[in-house]
Ligand binder design. Structure first.
Ligand code: SF4
Ligand code: SF4
Length: 111
């Protein structure tokens, strides 16, 4: 709907109970250090792919925790696997391994 040049955003709700958490379970098993993330955004700030594209690794982690895997499928290929994000993480999260684990899950669960 359009009112005097303004649009009303569609209602958006996240159902944590019914969203698909299989990817999260898979990644946490392979990369337990993901549990230590405090969502500071350091990985995103220094990300090589983020400088060139809309890629946002912190956002993808949040999507995974919420079980919103569609967005991850569409974005993950932009990562260059350079490993810079591991160097800046204050919590020692193995972000590169996490990305590889996400990729593996997506490859094995093509829908
Ligand atoms: S830098 Fe580490 S703690 Fe911060 S958001 Fe990225 S993975 Fe999480
Ligand atoms: S490995 Fe990390 S820093 Fe490098 S492109 Fe991927 S998310 Fe960005």
């Amino acid at each position: 709907m359009n009112f005097w040049g303004f649009n009303i955003s569609e209602t958006r709700s996240i159902n944590y109970d019914t969203n698909d958490k299989d990817m999260l379970i898979h990644v946490l098993q392979e990369v337990p250090s993901c549990k230590l993330c405090i969502e500071c955004g350091g990985c995103t700030a220094g990300c090589t792919a983020g400088r060139l594209t809309s890629f946002n690794i912190r956002k993808l982690q949040m999507f995974m925790k919420r079980g919103e895997n569609k967005e991850i499928r569409e974005e993950l290929h932009k990562c260059m696997l350079c490993g810079k994000c591991i160097l800046v993480c204050p919590r020692g999260v193995d972000t590169r391994k996490m990305i590889l684990s996400m990729m593996k899950y997506i490859k094995n669960n093509q829908k």
